[in-house]
Design a protein around this ligand. Structure first.
Ligand SMILES: NC(=O)c1ccc[n+]([C@@H]2O[C@H](COP(=O)([O-])OP(=O)(O)OC[C@H]3O[C@@H](n4cnc5c(N)ncnc54)[C@H](O)[C@@H]3O)[C@@H](O)[C@H]2O)c1
Ligand SMILES: [Zn+2]
Length: 360
């Protein structure tokens, strides 16, 4: 899995640290007609904090083109894509151009989508700079943008040529973003590896701890294994959506509130608590597992504080009804059977969804 392989275009070519930069340098020298035909997509923060680090590893990239956008989820829309496409056009990008996405999940989602349709598809490389981006968003070929409040409604499956994981970018990442990323790692444990959940839940150490490198590696392996078995989400891959049906709805719902916007990972952590309760009600999740999940996630994410806000349940339900994972009129969830085992395509009646908000 860790060697660049032309034939693995439908899989992830994942490399870590120095090895990744060596592979990238080689790729730039032999597979791109000119470095001037390479475009690095950054946001305001990764321009400041991450681009200098990338240049320090790969000086040749200094002559590439930089495309900079504002930061944050609000930028993840089709209007930002149009700006980027226009920029690419002005800079004379062509079918052989390469985009390097340097940033968190917002940059890799937008950049991957931009690349997937520009001139019917050009190549891209992901260099994630947030924890969430490293363990989740950049792994697995889902690209896309939001359609107003509907998360990731417009998108495509498009694999990066190469994915480089470099923990050094995390040193400038704000703590709240780090904690947000941790939630997707906990999800990986909950859906498929009980031991990983146990290791992570007891480890509240800070991001500078060396142990995190192993945790990140492990988390990527879990996600990648699932993606490789089902790259286009026909079945098994749906388990990665655990916590996301309600999580995405909460993220969308709070988008309009000025000071209450939820980070993706925090919304997913809340979603996982609600969906664990539903799992306990209809999918056989033992009560003690539900209570353990609620205890761990509530402590880490201050869920009580957030969930005590006045939630307009009907509005949240109507957002859930737009979820693309639904079949016709049935709302589909991925639910836990026990910690480490997850089912998918579980139909949950509307009444039970409403009930979960008043029972937690
Ligand atoms: N495609 C997928 O499979 C997938 C999976 C999970 C999440 N996502 C998407 O990922 C997005 C969330 O990603 P995110 O949490 O990385 O958010 P993000 O990209 O908005 O990054 C969070 C913040 O950190 C800043 N930042 C990034 N790297 C930094 C660094 N090294 N130092 C300092 N600041 C830095 C960014 O500018 C931003 O302000 C959501 O839109 C979500 O839907 C996609
Ligand atoms: Zn997610």
């Amino acid at each position: 899995m860790f060697f660049y392989d032309e034939k693995k275009k439908k899989k992830n070519n994942i490399f870590f640290n120095e090895e990744g930069y060596k592979i990238l340098e080689n790729y730039l020298l032999h597979k791109v007609d000119s470095i001037k035909n390479t475009f690095i997509l950054v946001d305001k923060n990764t321009y400041q904090h991450c681009l200098p680090l990338l240049f320090s590893y790969l000086k040749i990239l200094e002559i590439s083109n930089i495309i900079k956008i504002e930061s944050g989820e609000k930028e993840k829309n089709i209007y930002t894509c149009i700006k980027i496409w226009k920029n690419l056009e002005e800079l004379r990008a062509n079918r052989n151009s390469l985009i390097i996405n340097l940033g968190g999940g917002v940059i890799t989602d937008i950049g991957g989508f931009v690349a997937s349709v520009f001139k019917r598809g050009i190549r891209f490389i992901n260099i994630p700079t947030t924890l969430l981006g490293m363990v989740d968003a950049s792994v697995g070929s889902k690209t896309g943008v939001n359609l107003e409040k509907i998360k990731n409604e417009i998108g495509s499956f498009h694999f990066p040529e190469i994915l480089i994981i470099d923990h050094n970018f995390l040193s400038t990442l704000p703590d709240r973003e780090f904690i947000s990323g941790k939630s997707e790692m906990l999800k990986h444990g909950l859906i498929s590896d009980e031991n990983f959940w146990v290791d992570l839940k007891k480890d509240l150490s800070n991001k500078n701890d060396n142990k995190w490198k192993n945790f990140i590696h492990k988390s990527i392996l879990i996600k990648n294994k699932i993606v490789e078995k089902d790259p286009f989400e026909k079945g098994l891959r749906k388990i990665l959506n655990f916590g996301h049906t309600i999580g995405h709805a909460l993220e969308s719902y709070f988008m309009d509130f000025k000071n209450k916007k939820l980070l993706h990972g925090v919304a997913v952590a809340m979603g996982m608590v609600y969906e664990s309760w539903i799992s306990y009600k209809i999918n056989g999740l033992p009560m003690k597992h539900y209570e353990e999940i609620k205890f761990v996630l509530s402590n880490l994410y201050n869920i009580h504080k957030i969930s005590s806000l006045e939630l307009e349940v009907e509005k949240i339900l109507s957002i859930i009804e737009h979820d693309k994972k639904n079949d016709r009129n049935k709302i589909n969830f991925s639910l836990l059977r026990k910690i480490g085992i997850c089912s998918y395509n579980c139909h949950v009646p509307n009444l039970l969804i409403k009930d979960c908000f008043s029972n937690i």
